[in-house]
Design a protein. Structure first.
Length: 193
C-alpha cells in the first residue's frame, strides 16, 4: 500500500511545487523551535530544521510519509533567515545587492517517527546592484517577510536577480528533482500514487 504523503510546511511555494509535479498530499505544519544554534553553519541548520519538521509531524502521524524542508540564505558565512521587520529586510537586501550568495534547501522524509532520508541542495544567486528606492519599493510590497534572505525568486524578487547557478526550485524552497527521486524510492510517484 502506498503511504499517504504529508508536507510538514505551510509554505505556499512548496505546496505549489508539489502540486505542479502532480503529487497528492495533505499539509500539517510542524511546531518546532527554529532557533539557530551558535556556530551552526547554513547547511547543518537547514538539514537539522528539515529533519526536525519531518520528525515532529511523523510522530503525530506515524502511518504517513512526511516531507519536511527548510531554506536558508548564506552570505559570507552569515545565515539570513526570514526578516523580522522592514529594517531587517532592508539590511538583508542591502547586503545581497551586487553580491553572490548561496541558497541551501534541505529536505527530509520521515515515517513511523524516524527520519528515513535527508539531503541538502544548494544554488548560487547573484543580485544586481540595487538602488535604495528599489529596495524600499520591494519591501513595501510585503513580499520579503516570509522568505529566507528577504526575497522571493518566484515573485517580484526575480527582478532583483542577475544570475542563478543551480535549480530555481531550490531557491524557491524545494529541490524538486531530488525530492521526487526520494519519493519514488518510497513508492510515491508524481502521478499521485
Amino acid at each position: 500500500m502506498t503511504p499517504h504523503l504529508i508536507l510538514a510546511s505551510a509554505s505556499p511555494r512548496r505546496r505549489d511545487l508539489l502540486t505542479a509535479a502532480g503529487l497528492e498530499f495533505t499539509i500539517t505544519a510542524s511546531g518546532i523551535d527554529e532557533t539557530l544554534t551558535a556556530g551552526e553553519d547554513a547547511k547543518a541548520y537547514a538539514e537539522r530544521m528539515a529533519r526536525a519538521k519531518a520528525l515532529d509531524v511523523s510522530r503525530r502521524k506515524p502511518a504517513a510519509l512526511v516531507l519536511g524542508a527548510d531554506t536558508v540564505v548564506e552570505l559570507g558565512g552569515a545565515i539570513l533567515l526570514k526578516p523580522v521587520d522592514a529594517a531587517d529586510a532592508r539590511r538583508m537586501l542591502d547586503a545581497l545587492s551586487g553580491a553572490t550568495h548561496t541558497v541551501i534547501t534541505a529536505f527530509a522524509l520521515a515515517g513511523a517517527g524516524q527520519v528515513i532520508e535527508s539531503l541538502a541542495v544548494s544554488a548560487r544567486v547573484t543580485f544586481r546592484q540595487l538602488a535604495a528606492g528599489e529596495v524600499d519599493a520591494y519591501i513595501a510590497t510585503g513580499e520579503p517577510f516570509d522568505k529566507a534572505g528577504g526575497y522571493g525568486i518566484q515573485g517580484m524578487g526575480r527582478d532583483l536577480i542577475a544570475a542563478v547557478e543551480g535549480g530555481r526550485d531550490t531557491v524557491m524552497g524545494l529541490p524538486l528533482g531530488a525530492v521526487l527521486a526520494a519519493l519514488r524510492r518510497r513508492g510515491i510517484d508524481a502521478s499521485g500514487g
